[in-house]
Design a protein around this ligand. Structure first.
Ligand code: XMP
Length: 422
């Protein structure tokens, strides 16, 4: 962003809740950035901060030399120790309003206008290619870039055969209805499912899906002949790839996913929401007219149903999972529980058990249901869905999904369980 709003920088002197603090202040329309305590002062001052907030957990080291360096910059500085996050957030907001005299000019409608101007200037008359997954981030980026450059953007939507029921149709329909967009739909289901045949190991499955995805996308992108690649990178992706103490080993996750594209495909990146937190990305999406079914959907892993189908994927068992997953989502929405959970989904368990259907003995597969709440997916708590709702889901699954005769509920917290089963 060239036209930056009034910026307050949160200096991370090791504070576990720093992203929460940064978000809480942004909710008051004050733009915050997070930087490690090791940041060079020139880099910090390049953002023209109107205030600095030192954030440190009680047990963290003080680093007095760094603190003195920041204090000498002549920018208002608040030092605080974070014990109660809500109280710390309030103190930070008071500091921004009363000491830094922030006017509260961080607004998503303004952000959109500025992002559109920036994209136009960056891209000029060139083309941009973007991988559209149907998830929130890539959908919002598609809408934003489209607003800026219209038909100079081509979105590539790859169906890897592991999508949820009706998802390919829904995503295409939503984008066709809301935007007059170049959308290239590639049904590569057979290619993926053939490669996955007989592969039961979760890591191998993930690798095959990832590599195949890059191959299919690269082939399509090469045809578009675009020098720019749009990406749905968001601020937490950036923050979690910055080592706090300057040591690259300390990163939570590596950035970028462009890393997998072939050597000869050198793209320039367009990452218009890289400064936004997820809630802000959703607000931008709403303002751009994306429907709630896209914006407010549960997070969905890249390898999709592939990591919710335990063991080797067969077309018939994948169909069982897809049908069961659709029933779980339908009932969750009908009971008004969808938006009260972070993720709720079905898992295919490749175990056969004995049951009874229409007075006949059956020997069929198991479907598990998992429902969790979380703030950041690092830990997750099992949701106590109403018993009647679970019974309804189970009843419909065993009656409507051929090949399934038993449903179980996963009551494992994270940790020790992960959210996905593979
Ligand atoms: P786990 O299973 O590690 O999941 O507890 C944490 C969160 O990440 C999502 N997830 C993924 N997202 N690609 C993604 O884009 C993946 O390979 C992947 N694996 C897990 C998961 O749905 C949960 O929200």
């Amino acid at each position: 962003m060239k036209h930056t709003p009034e910026t307050v920088v949160l200096l991370n002197f090791v504070c576990g809740d720093i992203q929460k603090l940064a978000r809480a202040v942004r909710d008051k329309h004050i733009y915050t950035m997070v930087m490690p305590y090791t940041v060079p002062t020139e880099r910090l001052m390049a953002e023209k901060p109107v205030g600095l907030i030192v954030c440190r957990d009680k047990a963290a080291t003080a680093h007095p030399a760094e603190l003195a360096k920041f204090a000498a910059l002549g920018v208002p500085l608040l030092e605080l120790e974070v014990t109660d996050t809500a109280a710390a957030a309030q103190k930070a907001v008071d500091f921004c309003l009363n000491v830094c005299k922030c006017s509260g000019n961080w607004r998503m409608d303004r952000f959109i206008d500025e992002a559109v101007a920036d994209i136009r200037e960056l891209v000029g008359n060139e083309r941009v290619v973007l991988g559209l997954s149907g998830g929130v981030d890539s959908s919002v980026v598609a809408a934003l870039i489209h607003k800026a450059i219209g038909k100079q953007l081509t979105c590539v939507f790859v169906n890897h055969g592991l999508l949820r029921k009706n998802e390919p149709e829904n995503v295409q329909e939503i984008f066709a209805r809301n935007f007059d967009m170049n959308l290239c739909y590639i049904d590569a289901s057979d290619r993926f499912l053939d490669k996955l045949k007989g592969v039961a190991d979760p890591e191998r499955k993930r690798k095959i899906i990832g590599k195949e995805f890059i191959d299919v996308f690269a082939e399509a992108a090469a045809k578009v002949n675009a020098p720019f690649l749009g990406q749905g990178t968001i601020y937490p992706d950036i923050l979690e790839s910055i080592p706090l103490d300057g040591n690259p080993a300390g990163v939570i996750k590596s950035h970028h996913n462009v890393g997998g594209l072939p050597e000869n495909m050198k793209f320039k990146l367009v990452e218009p929401v890289e400064r936004l937190f997820k809630d802000e990305v959703r607000q931008v999406g709403r303002l751009l007219g994306l429907p709630s079914e896209l914006i407010d959907r549960h997070p969905f892993p890249g390898p999709s149903l592939g990591v919710r189908h335990v063991g080797a994927i067969e077309r018939d068992t994948l169909k069982m999972l897809r049908e069961a997953d659709a029933i779980v989502t339908e009932e969750l929405l009908a009971a008004d529980w969808y938006h009260k959970t972070w993720q709720t989904f079905a898992i295919f368990v490749p175990v056969k058990t004995v049951g009874m259907k229409n007075q006949h003995r059956t020997y069929e597969y198991v479907i598990a249901i998992r429902s969790i709440n979380s703030v950041d997916a690092v830990t997750a708590q099992v949701v106590r869905l109403p018993w009647e709702l679970l019974e309804k889901m189970a009843d419909r699954i065993v009656r409507e999904v051929d090949g399934v005769n038993r449903v179980v509920y996963d009551i494992t917290q994270k940790p020790p369980g992960t959210i996905e089963w593979e």
